[in-house]
Design a protein around this ligand. Structure first.
Ligand SMILES: Cc1ncc(C[n+]2csc(CCOP(=O)(O)OP(=O)(O)O)c2C)c(N)n1
Ligand SMILES: [Mg+2]
Length: 450
């Protein structure tokens, strides 16, 4: 034992001190789930030493570390997989003993209607892309509950930094259907003036930062936003969404570490939908999903059933509350399935079984599950359903028809809004493009004003 310790210490550059069991017990605190508490000597021993006689401690920068004479590697995985918090069973009944945030009839109906809006919008816009009216589209199919239930659990003062499969969140915050359509067509009413791909929504007014195409860039940005909210002592947090695939980017890891160290009030919401285009999660990581990574960074984390609107709503409400009250980051891994192709540029039947898709589409639909719940409560019936679906369909069709007719933003807008005064190189480029259009008018789209 002593020999082992000598080697250990001679290899360390810093000076360490072996402190007695008594001194350790007087100084140690353990951060529990809800509060910081002092542990009794017996509790510490059971946590840090297998054999009571072995109990010695290395006084290491950043905290004391127990010493063991056993050479034991930490296992690469825990014996049991992390459980997934669920409230409703597949028939819409609350699970026995489940604890969740109740929702009023009014809120439940608003949540359900918004999920149906999302579904209807996806069907119509997807078709419009296939008809060649839009250049690109991607749906939230299968992930309607994560979108809507998480959005319902937030406040408008919170800042949202989305990926791209969360249009339901901005809709919930008050972004009109007409604006969704304007963005998709990149017409002159689009806030981004047609300079982004379709599905890259954003709104200053709604504290919803514009989607960026390079995945995961929003995650460290959210930590920065959260840190600024912290400095300004705001009753709000930053919330960032990302997919399972995005967690392989360095940005995800840097963000989690920064958030933990800075005690930033940020809620990380990972939509683990099983796929990153054609890459399945078992080729994406070897860990037990995403939630297990939170603990390694010192972040309180939960795994939740993302197809269960009530579980998602409850978990995000709790996460938001802890993030703001306790000024700390929280990681939520919402388990779901990407029912549709990745986007209109993909055909997922080439790399996954159709039966798997069908199973999630029909038996695991978050919309059907929540409908069963509201119907059981006597808040919904078949008549309400057909009226709602008819209304929404009409609204979406009107929005698409109107947006399609609006003229495009001017070519000049390509060069504005980045610099206060346009630099010379941009002035040159603008002149060059406009000359080219004048020389070759047939090569230039007729519906874009110069
Ligand atoms: C930095 C970067 N690398 C690659 C891509 C191409 N790309 C776009 S979406 C995507 C998959 C992302 O998967 P995931 O994060 O799981 O989100 P999901 O589409 O499943 O919602 C990839 C690889 C990109 N946009 N940015
Ligand atoms: Mg994914």
């Amino acid at each position: 034992m002593l020999g082992f310790l000598k080697i250990l210490f001679s290899n360390c550059k810093q000076t360490h001190r072996i402190v007695s069991k008594k001194a350790f017990s007087q100084s140690i605190t353990l951060v529990g789930f809800s509060s910081t508490r002092l542990l009794s000597l017996k509790e510490q021993s059971s946590l840090f030493a297998e054999n009571d006689d072995d109990f010695q401690v290395m006084d290491f920068p950043g905290g004391k570390v127990p010493i063991t004479s056993q050479m034991k590697f930490i296992s690469e995985s825990s014996e049991k997989r992390l459980p997934c918090y669920r409230v409703l069973d597949d028939d819409g009944y609350p699970l026995p003993g489940t604890i969740f945030e109740g929702v009023s009839k009014e809120l439940a109906i608003k949540m359900y209607s918004s999920m149906v809006t999302l579904q209807t919008m996806d069907t119509i816009f997807y078709e419009a892309q296939r008809q060649g009216r839009l250049s690109f589209y991607l749906t939230t199919a299968g992930e309607e509950a994560i979108n809507i239930a998480s959005a319902a659990a937030l406040s408008l003062d919170d800042f949202v930094l989305p990926q791209y499969r969360e249009v339901g969140v901005i809709l919930w915050r008050g972004y009109p259907l007409e604006q969704v359509a304007n963005q998709l067509f990149g017409n002159k009413f689009d806030y981004g003036k047609g300079r982004q791909m379709p599905c890259h929504h954003g709104s200053n007014e709604l504290n919803y930062l514009t989607v960026s195409s390079p995945i995961a860039t929003q995650i460290p940005q959210a930590v920065g936003v959260a840190y600024s909210l912290k400095m300004e002592k705001k009753e709000a947090c930053a919330v960032t969404y990302f997919g399972d695939g995005s967690t392989s980017e360095g940005d995800f890891h840097a963000a989690l570490n920064f958030a933990a160290v800075l005690d930033a009030p940020v809620v990380f919401i990972c939509r683990n939908n099983g796929w990153a285009i054609s890459t399945p999660i078992n080729q994406q990581f070897r860990s037990d999903g995403i939630a297990s990574k939170g603990q390694a960074y010192g972040i309180r984390s939960i795994r939740v059933d993302g197809n269960d609107a009530l579980a998602t709503y409850s978990a995000i409400r709790a996460a938001r509350k802890m993030a703001i009250k306790e000024q700390r980051p929280i990681l939520v891994e919402a388990m779901t399935y990407r029912v549709a192709h990745h986007s209109t540029s993909d055909d997922s039947t080439k790399y996954r079984p159709v039966e798997e898709i069908e199973h999630w589409k029909t038996e695991k639909s978050p919309i059907s599950k929540f409908r069963k719940y509201i119907q059981r409560n006597g808040w919904w019936n078949d008549e309400n359903e057909s009226e709602l679906r008819g209304d929404i369909r009409k609204q979406v069709l009107e929005a698409i028809q109107a947006a399609e007719k609006v003229e495009k933003p001017s070519l000049t807008d390509l060069f504005t809004d980045v610099y206060d005064k346009m630099p010379l190189n941009l002035q040159d480029q603008e002149k060059f493009v406009k000359d080219a259009v004048r020389r070759f008018p047939k090569e230039y789209p007729f519906d874009v004003p110069i």
